[in-house]
Design a protein around this ligand. Structure first.
Ligand SMILES: *Cc1c(COP(=O)(O)O)cnc(C)c1O
Length: 378
């Protein structure tokens, strides 16, 4: 099945009882048992719910893994995956991971003895150097947020395998439409489904896909034990979003291409960060491992003051956190999504005050460019 067909026909098709073409929303917490322990596969909705199950089957198919899991947010998904580990274990992570990932590792999970080291995984040598005797996993985000750095997934998996580490990939920015890390050897793929997968700024959710029966058993145990599950209504909204993921990603790609061309040639823009640019240091790897470069672009306007001036004039880009929706969004990472990262660390990473991040939506590209042009004028 090709990608676009899989988005529509993957997972579970509709409802066999009624012929309904969309999976019903099973707004239910518990299920009748014929006799003790004799039931039709569902006992209690934390353990399993038919609507959530349909979504979990769908994301499993899209990522090409063994089992899927849906959580109440991307952070709940990430935390559940980290709960596979135990006190004393060590995880190596990409240095400019999502701010919330940095926070949960360095301020919450550290309290339970899970250690972490953050390195620039776009340079594979850094992975090997960070391995300790207690290292159990390598956690990659590619492309990264907000500097759009790219890690070679296959190369990183090879490093991880040498040391018996699990490879986990946050695939939020690319989505399974463009990138399927399990095919590159990763063990676990996860998403903030709040972003492109939902796609309409109306759901907060997280998804995980694992590539083995053992990981599936272990993660289901964590999901059921800690309970951060996604509700049936939100599961249904994600399935609806996924049906148009392909057309949304294709259209986003075109709009983003035009906008990047415009930004690159604008005198008020000091630097553009986008993996689709030939001068991007990992352009070739991005091209090799993903079918598209995505709709996230960052650019530097030189100062926080300039960023504020731009924000004041911009009309079609909504000033908001989050990304991956039909509407274009704009943010200043240093003061928004990445505010939870200490200032000196932000400086180290290159997340400057003048760095502006856009999530390109599905408006007409000409309108978006006109809008940016007006806002960048002095
Ligand atoms: C938003 C985001 C998360 C966190 O997901 P939530 O749904 O907000 O909890 C994790 N990773 C990336 C790359 C994100 O963009």
């Amino acid at each position: 099945m090709k990608r676009k067909t899989k988005l529509i026909h993957g997972g579970i098709a509709g409802d066999p009882h009624t012929g309904a073409v969309s999976v019903p929303i099973y707004q239910v917490s518990t299920y009748k048992q014929e006799s003790v322990g004799k039931h039709s596969g569902f006992e209690y909705s934390r353990t399993g719910n038919p609507t959530r199950h349909a979504l979990e089957e769908l994301i499993k198919d899209l990522e090409g893994g063994h089992a899927g899991f849906a959580f109440g947010s991307g952070m709940a998904a990430i935390t559940a995956v980290m709960m596979l580990f135990k006190s004393g274990d060590h995880v190596i992570l990409t240095d400019d991971v999502y701010g919330g990932t940095f926070r949960v590792m360095s301020k919450v999970l550290n309290r339970f003895g899970i250690e972490s080291t953050f390195v620039d995984t776009s340079n594979l040598d850094n992975i090997e150097k960070a391995v300790q005797s207690n290292t159990v996993a390598l956690y990659l985000e590619t492309p990264t947020n907000p500097l759009l750095k790219i890690t070679d997934i296959e190369g990183a998996v090879a490093e991880a395998k040498k040391h018996n580490l699990l490879t986990i990939v946050d695939n939020t920015f690319s989505t399974p439409y463009w990138q399927t890390p399990i095919e590159n050897g990763a063990d676990i793929v996860l998403h903030s489904a709040t972003k492109y997968i939902g796609g309409h700024s109306d759901v907060v959710a997280g998804l995980v896909v694992v590539n083995s029966e053992k990981l599936a058993e272990d993660l289901h145990f964590v999901q059921n034990s800690t309970g951060g599950v996604l509700g049936p209504q939100d599961s249904w909204l994600l399935m609806r979003g996924i049906k148009t993921l392909g057309v949304r990603m294709e259209e986003t790609e075109k709009n983003t291409h035009d906008i990047v061309e415009f930004l690159k040639n604008h005198p008020a823009v000091e630097k553009v960060f986008y993996p689709g640019l030939e001068e991007h240091p990992n352009h070739e790897i991005a091209k090799k491992q993903a079918g598209g470069f995505g709709g996230m672009v960052s650019f530097d306007v030189g100062s926080g003051e300039n960023a504020d001036k731009l924000l004041k004039k911009i009309k079609y880009f909504t000033l908001a956190e989050s990304l991956g929706a039909v509407e274009s969004l704009i943010s200043v990472p240093a003061r928004m999504t990445h505010a939870s990262i200490p200032a000196e660390r932000r400086a180290e990473l290159g997340i400057t005050e003048g760095l502006v991040r856009i999530s390109v939506g599905l408006e007409d590209a000409e309108d978006l460019i006109e809008d940016l042009k007006n806002a960048l004028e002095d």
